[in-house]
Ligand binder design. Structure first.
Ligand code: CTP
Ligand code: MN
Ligand code: MN
Length: 516
């Protein structure tokens, strides 16, 4: 496609349905291997089907675009079991008795629960005797209109659809570098995640922070129509889908995604094969280990990496303290990488600077280092914490891809392991001076949204400034020399995260509570 044409592409333009549904949806981690879903488009419509497919994939379900032998569950809406059987026969498919025919209400309950829920008679579709090659699971009321309304209400009730809608809207704003709206939608998603009650009507949003303006309009639309037209359009939007796909490659940021999109690329395979493009070392590693890196890191894998890191670090610096940070410290079950903070009370500056290099050299010799990017420290003592809520820190760090052998994760399964026997895992290591460790731990535990909000709170409510290195009280100065009179800034020291919260006048917030 001509780049200009691509730049002026309008989301309303129709594409062949098959393509839009199958190509550019970024892979999601499959959490429930035993289930293979197929969602029937008949009577459901293509947009709602695409919406539900994306939602289910985001929740870790395997959803096929096409009906195949591997499908275990067919999900339909406004169809009886007989309708589905008729459709299957029309496709020349003989359904086995193991194939589950389910109403969309089952899928929606699974979405709410975040996992497969038990299939009961109320979910299973009735097949009349005419199509009697299958057993009827039991009586089931078919009240199409009432059921349809019921479905939409279930859709609205737990708030999950709202929160997913705002995650998608925020992501799109991020792709369009519209920071203000991105933060607005991310906040809305966070608030909705933390609400103890469901949003059933617009009235329920009154008095809740961050649910005004644009956010309120979206909520209104979802409550009234069951879905947001903007989200629906996005899930079919070429730009959104391409950006999501391209940025899923390690080393591809918004600029590169934009360039590839403008050049007319829509799939990773065409990007990879194009001779005119050059890739950074990071992107080459990203393509090489793509499948491993997009399938999320599990907690068991993170624990196995932790043992690797711990062993290597203490071999060179026996008094070093290694903490797992990031999403896993916040109790997340899966992550895109594993983050570690390393510090040592006794190390000299030189030992401190050398450690990450020694550790990565050690892994390289063992053949475990698949990618490594060292960033040296630019840390200066007594430097004022940054004014920007998103400022990067100045610690020495390295961004890695490590080879994690399966037997390190699960020794029982390893003997039956097929394939290459290892998985590429993204790992971030950060080395910080001992006196900064509490600030670094707080900063690297995240979530990003939590850090932003905490920093904003420090600045606006406490007239302080907080970042990954220090906390500084703007209202206080101290006299350091009697003559000539010299004033110095007051940095508030902290040995632990608890002390930082206390300085800020806040109750301690556990890492598990920092996800929103
Ligand atoms: N962080 C930071 N400076 C960076 C990168 C990250 O301060 N240059 C902090 C952020 O606050 C972030 C945390 O470190 O919350 C971990 O970053 P990241 O691994 O990107 O996110 P996670 O929260 O761990 O989520 P994921 O599971 O996707 O890895
Ligand atoms: Mn992480
Ligand atoms: Mn990270």
């Amino acid at each position: 496609m001509d780049p200009e044409q691509a730049a002026h592409w309008s989301p309303r333009k129709k594409r062949p349905r098959q393509r839009s549904a199958s190509v550019a949806s970024a892979p999601h981690d499959i959490r429930f291997q035993d289930l293979v879903l197929f969602i029937l488009e008949k009577k459901m419509g293509s947009t709602r089907r695409a919406f539900l497919m994306e939602l289910a994939r985001r929740k870790g379900f395997r959803v096929e675009n096409e009906l195949s032998d591997s499908v275990t569950h067919i999900v339909a809406e406004n169809n009886s079991g007989s309708d589905v059987m008729k459709w299957l026969q029309g496709q020349n498919i003989q359904a086995s008795s193991e194939l589950e025919l389910l109403d969309v209400s089952w899928l929606i309950e699974c979405m709410g629960a975040g996992k497969p829920v038990e299939m009961t008679g109320r979910h299973q579709l009735v097949v009349s005797d005419v199509h009697g090659s299958r057993q009827n699971p039991g009586p089931k009321p078919v009240r199409k209109i009432a059921k349809l309304e019921g479905v939409w209400r279930t859709f609205c009730l737990p708030g999950f659809i709202l929160q997913d809608a705002f995650d998608i809207l925020a992501e799109n704003c991020e792709f369009r570098e519209n920071e203000a709206s991105c933060v607005e939608f991310m906040r809305a998603a966070s608030v909705l995640k933390s609400l103890p009650f469901p949003i059933i009507s617009v009235k329920d949003t009154e008095g809740i922070p961050w649910l005004g303006g644009k956010v309120k309009c979206v909520i209104e639309e979802i409550i009234e129509d069951g879905e947001s037209s903007e989200v629906k359009a996005l899930l079919n939007d070429e730009r959104y889908k391409s950006f999501k796909l391209f940025t899923s490659v390690f080393g591809v940021g918004l600029k590169t995604a934009e360039r590839w999109f403008r050049m007319g690329f829509r799939t990773l395979s065409t990007v990879k094969l194009d001779k005119s493009l050059t890739f950074t070392r990071m992107q080459k590693a990203g393509f090489l280990h793509y499948e491993d890196l997009v399938s999320c890191v599990t907690r068991a894998e993170a624990e196995a990496v932790s043992v690797l890191v711990q062993q290597a670090v203490v071999a060179f610096l026996p008094d070093a303290l290694v903490s797992m940070t990031g999403g896993f410290r916040r109790g997340k079950k899966i992550g895109h990488d594993v983050d570690f903070l390393i510090t040592s009370p006794e190390a000299t500056e030189e030992e401190e600077q050398q450690l990450l290099h020694k550790v990565t050299n050690f892994w390289e010799q063992k053949g475990l280092l698949l990618y490594c990017d060292h960033v040296e420290s630019t840390f200066e003592k007594c430097k004022l914490p940054s004014r920007k809520v998103d400022a990067l820190d100045h610690f020495q760090k390295c961004f890695l891809i490590l080879k994690l052998y399966r037997e390190r994760v699960d020794s029982v399964k390893s003997s039956q392991q097929e394939g290459k026997g290892w998985k590429a895992i993204r790992v971030d290591l950060v080395m910080c001076p001992y006196e900064c460790r509490a600030f670094a731990l707080l900063g690297w535990t995240g979530s990003r949204q939590f850090e932003r909000d905490l920093r904003r709170y420090a600045t606006h409510e406490r007239k302080m400034r907080l970042d990954n290195h220090a906390l500084y009280d703007k209202t206080k100065v101290k006299v350091v020399f009697f003559f000539p009179l010299k004033l110095a800034r007051v940095f508030l020291k902290a040995e632990s995260e608890e002390e930082i919260f206390a300085h800020l006048g806040l109750e301690y917030i556990e890492p598990l509570e920092r996800n929103a």
